[in-house]
Design a protein around this ligand. Structure first.
Ligand code: ZN
Length: 372
């Protein structure tokens, strides 16, 4: 919990103050300082310290815009607690519009918690972790799909940890992928250290996707409500939630032959068992492979460049049970299921959200997938 002051990145921010600064995190071979833009909003009242991070993969831009908007929107008088906004983590990748740190192609999001004697990525990770993340109570790390792919708006979280589960559910995406995260990710290291953190995934790299952004701002507010940083605001509920277990329920559907790929699924990502997902054909349309849904489920992530080699992953597929299928089908019929294939899974408006009580105000048990 924040008391009065927040001390991060060599700065001390008093309660009731909002401060922006650039934190020198490393330097280039061109002798320039690399700086992370930071906004700290320290509330007038006490509460948890929440970090928001973006662009640990340098070309994943939706989160950069979300953090710009969050940092602009909230003022100290709004908050019981503090927001620590790190607008861009992988500054060299951001400058080059690349996923990894350029030249040596190191993945900053496999380098946490880092150390002071290792590679550029390890040092940068260590500085970020020690100066900011380790001083916060919980956090959200924003990502998009990698280039040439797009992904449904979803959260990745270690649902075995009750505090992480609380955070993931409060964020309020319909799909939650359960798992502890790869070794060296910001999320896995923070969670290991008792700082509940989830990864938020949405859409494409290299874009600001307005509908995702609007929805994410709503979801950030919901997390702040759940943790009483915004005590007067209700927590949001997305209408249905599917927690995808770590084993067996999600799969990569792959091409068996090389060729030109056409999408057959859509407009919604809910597909029936055996329904065609893709066709792959040669230039003369002589050789056509039809790839079908392995079960009834959701297309959660999909390629965007329309060519494939044998073995190339075409989509990330999640099976759904009959009950969830019925809820989704019902939402589609009522015109409130706004996940479309076209537009990279954009959700025009979060209008189907309903309000529900804060987790801490109600029973914890029995509120999982059956909560509809
Ligand atoms: Zn990423």
């Amino acid at each position: 919990m924040t008391t009065q002051q927040v001390s991060v990145g060599g700065q001390t921010i008093d309660a009731g103050k909002k401060q922006t600064f650039r934190f020198a995190c490393s330097e280039t071979y061109h002798d320039d300082t690399l700086e992370i833009p930071v906004t700290v909003i320290n509330g007038e009242s006490e509460g948890p310290c929440v970090f928001l991070t973006a662009a640990v993969h340098g070309d994943e831009l939706n989160g950069v815009k979300i953090i710009q908007e969050v940092a602009d929107h909230y003022e100290p008088e709004d908050l019981h607690g503090a927001l620590v906004c790190l607008h861009v983590l992988n500054v060299p990748g951001f400058l080059a519009q690349q996923r990894y740190i350029p030249i040596y192609d190191e993945d900053l999001n496999r380098s946490f918690p880092g150390n002071t004697r290792g590679t550029m990525a390890k040092r940068l990770a260590n500085t970020i972790y020690e100066e900011f993340i380790s001083k916060c109570d919980l956090g959200l790390d924003f990502h998009t799909s990698t280039r040439n792919r797009t992904t449904m708006y979803h959260v990745r979280a270690d649902m075995r940890d009750p505090d992480v589960e609380r955070l993931a559910r409060a964020f309020g995406t319909s799909v939650i992928l359960d798992g502890e995260g790869s070794r060296g990710t910001l999320r896995s290291v923070a969670c290991r250290d008792g700082i509940p953190t989830v990864t938020v995934e949405m859409g494409r790299a290299h874009r600001f996707q307005t509908a995702h952004l609007d929805r994410a701002l709503h979801c950030v507010a919901s997390v702040l409500a759940e943790h009483e940083v915004l005590p007067d605001r209700p927590v949001s509920w997305p209408g249905w939630t599917r927690v995808v277990a770590r084993d067996g329920e999600k799969t990569w559907v792959r091409a068996e032959t090389g060729g030109l790929v056409e999408m057959e699924w859509g407009p919604h990502p809910l597909v029936e068992d055996g329904e065609p997902l893709f066709t792959i054909s040669d230039h003369f349309k002589n050789d056509v492979e039809v790839i079908r849904a392995p079960s009834t489920g959701l297309v959660v992530g999909v390629l965007e460049n329309a060519v494939a080699y044998p073995g190339h992953p075409l989509c990330h597929f999640v099976s759904v049970d009959e009950e969830t299928t019925d809820v989704i089908r019902n939402d589609i019929e009522r015109g409130v299921f706004d996940v479309y294939r076209e537009g990279g899974f954009q959700w025009p408006e979060p209008r189907w959200y309903t309000e529900h009580e804060r987790e801490s105000d109600s029973e914890r048990g029995g509120r999982n997938d059956e909560r509809k």
